[in-house]
Design a protein around this ligand. Sequence first.
Ligand code: ATP
Length: 905
Amino acid sequence: MTKMLNTQICHTQKTEEILEALEVNSQGLTSEEAEKRLEHFGLNRLPEAAKRGPIMRFLMQFNSILIYVLLGAAAITAFLDHWIDSAVILAVVIVNAVIGFIQEGKAEEAMDAIRNMLAPHANVMRDGQRQSIEGDRLVPGDVVLLEAGDKVPADLRLLQANTMQVQEAILTGESVPVEKDIAPVRQDAALGDRACMAFSGTIVTSGQARGVVTGTGAETEIGKISGMLSKVETLVTPLVKQTNRFAEYLTIFILTVSGLILLSGWYFQTMPFTELFMAVVGLSVAAIPEGLPAVLTITLAVGVQAMAERNAIIRRLPAIETLGSVSVICTDKTGTLTRNEMMVASVLTAGGVMQVDGEGYAPQGTISSDGDVAQLHDLALAAALCNDAAIREEDGQWRIEGDPMEAALLSFAGKTGLDWEQEQHQRERRDILPFDSTTRYMATLNTGSGDHQACIFVKGAPERILGMCTEQRDANGENVPIDPDYWQEQAEHIASQGQRLLAFALKPVGADHRGLQLSDIEQGLILLGMTGMIDPPRPEAVAAIADCYHAGIAVKMITGDHAGTAAAIGKQIGLKNADRVLTGADLDAMDDIALTDAILETDIFARTSPEHKLRLVMALQSHGLSVAMTGDGVNDAPALKRADAGIAMGQKGSEATKEAADLVLADDNFASIAAAVREGRTVYDNIKKVIAWTLPTNGGEAMTVLLALMLGLMLPITPVQILWINLVTAVTLGIALAFEPTEERTMLRPPRAKDEPLLSGELLWGILVVSLVFLAGVFGIYKYAILQGYSIGVARTMAMNTLVVMEIFHLFFVRNLYGTSITWDAMKGTKVIWLAITIVTLGQFAVTYLPFLQKIFQTEDVPFDYGVLIVAIGVASFILIEIEKQVRLRFFRQKEMDKNAAITG
Ligand code: ATP
């Protein structure tokens, strides 16, 4: 098997010619043949974007202003013959680069793994049956089914197209969707004019089609364009950027201050120049948080993974932060709050209501009927023919392909005794108007069995279908004028039980009727009856909604369903204002101001179209709320883009929606949104903790050096000692914070304000307080040791150890930003915390007592009783800052509770 056809001319050939060249018929390949072709043609994947090589990635670790400063310091200390200092600085720079390199590699791996979780699927015909397969297993000759919202999985020659439009911006730059057709076009037609082709990577915006794969992987048009391949995303978010920029400004500021001190010291001759210079180097390395960027990257990577474990897959990194601030979640109903496991539970005909029972999708069950089940024949026929789903038995289980609601209809048809497969076979489908969430119906034109008339079958939302019908089928099988009041009243009753309603109608047409036009179905239909489907709420969604309320987050249900059904389900899942429903029609009658007024008190929006979602997002945002919006259909994309956090359904959602989303839910489950918000809050808190923990060390060190300089004293800690603390101990302990679990009260706090700065007044205040405590501890013990007659070397070693011990105690303090740190749970810590502490403690002992390290770090043995004193200082510092926090929290918590009460009402 070589190349099967000349891809340059597929658009000029007739469909039969293409099928012949690809050795396939319109029913698709067999699995065996597909397997063979897969071996021959390879996976349908675009060539990978060239990644930065390991050497480049390692070198990039040095590309930061913080590292430049260190390298500069190393060069100058070497120049001043302080070889040990410069060697230590260089060693630290290299260790830092290695840590960064390894962590970045891990973070990239994590992101790649997550990207693979989003691998698209394709609907194909294999062995004569519709199947969903992984998009990369497509081969030339596969027959692919496309519908609105799909991303075209390979280059296709269309065999059938119904009102099909495709957005081809990725290839042609043209953002207006183009209409597709099956007629061949001229050979020299530009890509954008090849209407009979659908190209890989483009998006179907409406309609349905069937096409045969002509090219896969690198052989597709998109594969041929090099340079358009997927970009490698780096791990930064606005907050991290903001923090990194802050660190850079801080560096520049510190360098300026250091320069000025150096100049004035040199001018006034307060100290020998070399000593002064070493002090200034000490100040610079002390004040710059060298390890911070690496720790922040790790915090984000841990957050992304934690969310993925909870089935929330981040597509755009900033969403991690936004999720933590979400104050309203707007969610779909079907599949998100409910299970999307449908079953027809009642059938309404002109004769009355019948109950249906059964298990899952098995087409067996009983229908309670006083009259005759035979009267359901045409209704079941409509349900089976106006249907794109498939059900089949595998290992005793009934499995479905396609829309669960349509699958439930097949099972219902089976329960009435209809042989749906045979009917589908005999009454060939000539044309279709696909379901669209704006029109809310679907219609097919089928041939009659034998030489009978052809027939149009329509199914859809009852209000829609009623408006198209002039007659109804009565209990005796006669067509009589329609009685809309009867149907409406009965439909309301079924909906009020939380059942999803669907109406069915038909219209006989001439045997030679071909294309299906809107005018064919707008009037003159015969109403056959309605079905009511149950779709039980997900129990975990009910719990998640309660969690959201506790967390000060409002929940709005936005559904295409009937108002009665929506209200009933709303009540079952515990929505607050379940009695108040606004429908799409109500929304259309309201202007933006009226909507903005009504929106806070309304939690259920029914019979909405995707455009309403956009208006709802904007109305909520006008209240300053941070909005998360879910979506599945292609038309939901604008609302998802506009929302602060756009969330797409991983299973039910179209590729178009996933592309527009910030977050994809692998399990379509509302509970995963709540979990993602919780993780979002955790990541934000952890970023805050990392900063709140790291900066006081730098602050304390810088103040110590400055104070010593101002008082004309020797430095209580030398530059190399400072570097050891900043890079080795601070990074080890700081990374532990990246793995911090969620704080207990996290989902009991109201959401943070959308525009709350990370470095808030409260945080800066905390940093200042702790820096001062550190200053007092370090300076205090240094002075005390000198007064006790110890050498400068011993005093410095004590000062350095005191700082590290205070850092460890501060770690326990910072783990509970919003509550007390003096509880057993808080003291117990986590495995990661204790591991980090063990490593740092061993490191401290080594630096303090091992002779060769003593030489490098200019340390000396510390007597045992002073070791105890150092730990006591740590405890004292902890108690001091904890008292300050308690006082502050008492004051703030009251404000927080007031705010929470205001939001959740
Ligand atoms: P939710 O927003 O709760 O997920 P939904 O997205 O399922 O609801 P739509 O899919 O827009 O809502 O469906 C709205 C209505 O359209 C349904 O209540 C039903 O009456 C009708 N409908 C849904 N799917 C089909 C279909 N495949 N064929 C015909 N009518 C349909």
